[in-house]
Ligand binder design. Structure first.
Ligand code: TRP
Length: 328
């Protein structure tokens, strides 16, 4: 796999099935970047433990569901190794060494962790491991000498910490690591049918693995412009969730839909039916591909193979790190 291509290191925490927000906000970009870059995809299973260490038994089944969605989306296991953090011990080792290179103060100032602590209401319960979340993430990225990290905007503070750690390491011990750039994904926000951010915890998701019927049902129940009560009332596409779906899944008709919605010619029921059909057409090849990866065993084998390939890179980096640090 020796190429001069730049390397992408991207990762997700395995919390189970992915929804269209994950697909559009992240996965689709990974697939797109697959030819241009050398892609490594990480299952951040240790990161799950930073906020939920009690339900570790859910991690493996959730990993398999998530990786099945990656494969369905078109991540090609021959090109892009996929691996679990927990299966490559070098993550833990580099995390330990990096934890010496950053102050506790700096980690406490990290806005991404602050926000998470606030959302989860765990101010007084924060663990040492959770505070170190971005240090582990830095190890994930730098172990593979990632140049580019495609992430949501909320993750940029973590990437900044990664850059700081890389700089500090290089300054003290010699040039081992690149300073990676974050790449914010372009279609970052996909609303759920109820208009709030699509999220499993809010129960408003359209899953990548939903059937055509379920997808259509969810679209038909979506909230549209509250001022468009009757079919022929003029609507405001800019406040309508279904319109946001059209901008993604039905690009060809977007202008016409906006015009006819505003003029009152297009009613919500017809608009939603059309939207569901287009969404289903968009998802059809993904559903088709998903059928090839139905068996857990096959998904697991893909991970085990990715882990072999990832481990080689990780081991090489660790020997450079040990040598630079004169650890023998
Ligand atoms: N923190 C990331 C998230 O919650 C997941 C993650 C872990 C990650 N390690 C990473 C993302 C390395 C990019 C690179 O989405």
């Amino acid at each position: 796999m020796a190429t001069s291509k730049k390397r992408i290191l991207s990762g997700m925490r395995p919390t189970g099935k992915l929804h269209l927000g994950n697909f559009v906000g992240a996965l689709e970009n990974w697939v797109e970047l697959q030819g241009e870059y050398d892609n490594f995809h990480l299952v951040a299973d240790y990161h799950v433990l930073t906020t939920d260490s009690e339900h570790s038994d859910a991690i493996l089944p959730n990993t398999l569901e998530m990786v099945r969605d990656w494969l369905a989306a078109g991540i090609d296991p021959a090109k892009s190794p996929m691996f679990r953090q927990s299966q490559i011990k070098e993550h833990a080792e580099l995390h330990l060494l990096f934890s010496m290179l950053i102050t506790k103060n700096r980690l406490e100032r990290n806005p991404a962790v602050k926000e998470q602590v606030r959302d989860l209401g765990i101010e007084d319960l924060m663990t040492y491991g959770h505070l170190g979340y971005p240090v582990l993430q830095a190890a994930d990225i730098l172990l593979y000498k990632g140049n580019l990290v495609p992430v949501g905007e909320d993750q940029l503070p973590h990437v900044e910490i990664t850059r700081e750690i890389a700089r500090k390491f290089n300054r003290h011990f010699g040039d081992v690591f690149p300073e990676p750039d974050g790449k914010v994904t372009k279609f970052a926000r996909m609303p759920g049918p109820d208009g709030r951010r699509m999220s499993k915890s809010l129960g408003n998701t359209i899953f990548m693995s939903d059937t055509e019927e379920d997808t259509a049902k969810k679209v038909m129940s979506a909230i549209t412009d509250p001022q468009k009560v009757r079919k022929n009332d003029p609507g405001r596409p800019e406040v309508c969730n279904v319109f946001t779906y059209h901008t993604k899944f039905n690009v060809a008709e977007v202008d016409e839909i906006a015009t006819t919605c505003r003029s009152g010619e297009l009613g919500c029921v017809a608009c939603k039916k059309n939207c569901a059909a287009k969404m289903n057409a968009f998802m059809a090849p993904i559903r088709e591909r998903r059928l090839q990866f139905g068996k857990d065993e096959d998904v697991l084998n893909i991970l085990v193979d990715g882990e072999k390939r990832g481990r080689l890179v990780a081991q090489q980096t660790m020997s450079e790190v040990r040598e630079a640090m004169k650890l023998g």
